[in-house]
Ligand binder design. Structure first.
Ligand code: CA
Length: 713
């Protein structure tokens, strides 16, 4: 045998044999169990790995194979990709990692150097949900709106394009997708008043191929296409001054047979429709799914789920494609469980709504009229005049945390949340558009609620759970409740297993058919991201990104004693023996003495806190550990409070300046509130452990009692 032939025969055995990720490989990705080549595993976004080496019979021996600690404490939301033994995954601030998927060795890191002062222009943490692979490249998008092509082998930058105007408040947290040699990328920023769109770039050159706007611009400038003219007839007033919203910030799916690209469109800007489009209208294409031709960007169909969106509801949650028997007929459908709390079944050829059923507690609408495809809203939920409560909250009955489908059980596994919000109207004449802050159009100050509102909120206390849902019968099969207000993304496998991380750091495996807990691992930090599975050298792995952060985690806040706040990637295999380092118990600094401030001052500070600080630093000034906890700052921060808040001395660390909305007087009361909270926390910590345990028990018992009595009525 010639030496040449021998080399050829040995080649496939070598681990580092990296074949290009061709269009054909992407289209066949569902039949490639060893790899995880695109965001949702394959274009159907079902997130099912057929691998079954790890299964219900041996999962007890699943152990940590390796972990990689990142450089930042901001939590990770990304789904890693794996191609031929190499993992590609973005960490905080869009730093892209290539990791040997067997050993955990970091092969290269690419830091796009996102300016930290951009943090005032994105809503929900310095996060990214993923990258894309095609041929010999990795595509990553950045918080400041760039799309990058990197060499997969080396991490060297091949090309970079700015996909958003830098002087506006766009950001990108979603994963790009590659379809037919084009990189498709959306953006976010509705809360700050932007106009949504999606753009396609040539994957080889980075040249723009097409752009599709999701809401109409100012009619005086002319419309980009016939769909924008049509959409404009569903808007009123001068919506373009507020941007309109409708960002494509997360979900996409693709059907190669139909050659249709599906994009999920977000909420209105501002949320309150009465400000955005006074007098109503459907406001196309907010909260809609749009089918486009991926080669040209031409519109094919749309289906709007929430006409005249007014609650931060979006159609931007994961779209998952499946072929089903529906009323005796074979149908190509997509399913989606959205923020609005309905599980939709939509014909993906035509956009026709086949079914929509509630999968969480919902009060904004009673049901969908299948003749018209429109929701039947409950009265008073548009909060015009009378304040009201609405379920689900804008955090969503289901949000970006990925769900998964098992073709074996036929079920979807949804990270679900029962939670409501209060809505207290801001009148159009009182609304002021802020440049670098959330523009919601209602009050979020958490002021004392009226008795009926309190009762409505107590009826369903926040509860996160993993929900197993039958998508054909449209009913719940089992649920696993979580201890805190969020669970992470989900993976289903051929081993009759469902994997999901929780906010308390537990990484769990459930039996897919029954929901029985069969394995748990303490990840020592909250987990939001979705796990994946892959195989190298005949060994199956489960991998997941770890870390708190993102809208829900940051807003809700979670005590973080005993937590290693750094973002981390973990991979598991049968018999894995790696160990996470012990967590160094943090000693909290002494709080400064309370300020000479009246109860009214502290209350005024609290209202300001709720408006401008809460979305990162958390309810009651309890952070989730992914941003500094304002109760536990070193003395120097309190000493320089005004400089940090009003002059932006910590902008390069990611703390925005607020002198456009706060003055010295308001900074003073804000500081008084925060120092009050720091002292309350200290007093709480000084109480004996047993006392705190009793208080927690009594509180849980009372809450349960309230829940029970409310349900009885
Ligand atoms: Ca939103």
């Amino acid at each position: 045998m010639s030496r040449f032939l021998l080399i050829l025969l040995l080649l496939p055995l070598s681990v580092s044999w990296a074949a290009p990720v061709t269009d054909q490989r992407l289209q066949q990705a569902a039949h490639d169990p060893a790899n995880w080549l695109s965001h949702g595993k394959d274009y159907r976004e079902q997130r099912f790995s057929p691998l079954d080496q790890i299964n219900v019979d041996n999962v007890q021996t699943l152990g940590l194979a390796w972990y990689v600690e990142t450089d930042d404490v901001t939590g990770l939301q990304a789904t890693p990709l794996v191609a031929d033994g190499v993992m590609y995954v973005p960490a905080a601030w869009n730093v892209v990692y290539a990791i040997n998927a067997v050993t955990g060795e970091v092969l290269w890191k690419y830091d796009p150097q996102v300016p930290r002062d951009r943090s005032s222009r994105f809503c929900c943490g310095a996060v990214s949900r993923g990258v894309a692979l095609w041929e010999d490249k990795v595509f990553a998008a950045t918080l400041d709106g760039r799309l990058l092509a990197l060499e997969a082998a080396t991490g060297k930058l091949v090309w970079s394009v700015q996909t958003t105007p830098l002087d506006e408040n766009y950001s990108i947290t979603g994963a790009p997708r590659v379809v037919n040699g084009k990189v498709i990328i959306g953006n976010g920023g509705s809360e700050y008043g932007v106009r949504g769109y999606v753009t396609a770039y040539d994957a080889v050159t980075g040249e723009q191929a097409w752009r599709f706007y999701t809401v109409p611009g100012n009619p005086a400038n002319g419309f980009e296409n016939a769909q924008m003219a049509m959409a404009a007839s569903t808007w009123k007033g001068e919506w373009w001054k507020f941007g309109g919203g409708g960002t494509v910030w997360d979900s996409m799916a693709y059907d190669p047979q139909l050659n249709l690209l599906y994009i999920g469109v977000g909420n209105g800007a501002p949320h309150n429709q009465n400000i955005r489009s006074p007098g109503g209208g459907d406001n196309l294409f907010l909260a809609s799914i749009i089918a486009l031709n991926p080669d040209t960007g031409e519109y094919v169909w749309h289906y709007q789920q929430v006409p005249g969106e007014s609650w931060d509801y979006t159609a931007a949650q994961q779209m998952s494609l499946m072929d089903i028997q529906w009323q005796g007929e074979q149908r190509k459908v997509m399913v989606q469980a959205t923020k609005a709390g309905f599980f939709y079944i939509i014909d993906r050829v035509t956009g026709e709504l086949l079914s929509a059923e509630k999968f969480v507690y919902v009060t904004w609408a009673s049901h969908y009229d299948l003749q018209t495809g429109r929701p039947v809203e409950n009265p008073g939920k548009r909060y015009l005049g009378e304040p009201t409560t609405v379920f689900p909250t804008g955090m969503g009955g289901h949000n970006w945390r990925s769900m998964a489908h098992s073709p074996i059980t036929g079920l979807y596994y949804i990270p679900a949340l029962d939670m409501g919000s209060e809505f207290i109207e801001i009148k159009p004449e009182d609304f002021k558009l802020l440049k670098r802050h959330w523009n919601l159009g209602y009050n979020v100050e958490g002021a004392a609620m009226s008795e009926p509102m309190q009762q409505a909120m107590m009826k369903k206390l926040p509860q996160a759970f993993l929900l197993a849902w039958d998508p054909i019968a449209q009913r719940e099969v089992w649920r696993a409740p979580h201890p805190f207000a969020h669970g992470g993304g989900v993976l289903a496998t051929g081993g009759n297993l469902v994997f999901q991380g929780r906010a308390d750091g537990q990484f769990m495996a459930y039996r897919a058919d029954t929901g029985e807990v069969v394995w748990a691992f303490d990840g020592k930090n909250g987990i939001m991201a979705a796990p994946i599975s892959y195989e190298v050298n005949g060994e199956q792995y489960i991998a997941v990104a770890v870390g708190r952060g993102g809208a829900l985690s940051q807003v809700m806040g979670i005590e973080h004693d005993g937590v290693n706040p750094r973002g981390r990637f973990m991979a598991f295999k049968l018999g894995g023996t790696a160990r996470l380092p012990a967590v160094q118990q943090e000693a909290f600094p002494e709080p400064p003495p309370r300020m000479a401030a009246s109860p009214e001052d502290i209350e005024a500070g609290r209202v300001l806190y709720y408006n401008f600080c809460l979305r990162c630093h958390g309810v009651n000034a309890i952070s989730d550990g992914s941003v500094p906890d304002l109760r536990h700052l070193p003395q120097a921060w309190y000493d320089n409070f005004d400089k940090v808040v009003l002059e932006g001395t910590m902008e390069q660390a990611g703390m925005p300046r607020f002198d456009d909305v706060l003055d010295e007087r308001s900074a003073h009361v804000l500081k008084a509130y925060i120092i009050e909270r720091a002292n309350e926390d200290k007093e709480d910590r000084d109480r004996p452990r047993w006392w705190r345990a009793i208080i927690t028990r009594v509180y849980d018992y009372l809450a349960e009692l309230v829940r029970w009595s409310m349900h009885r009525e």
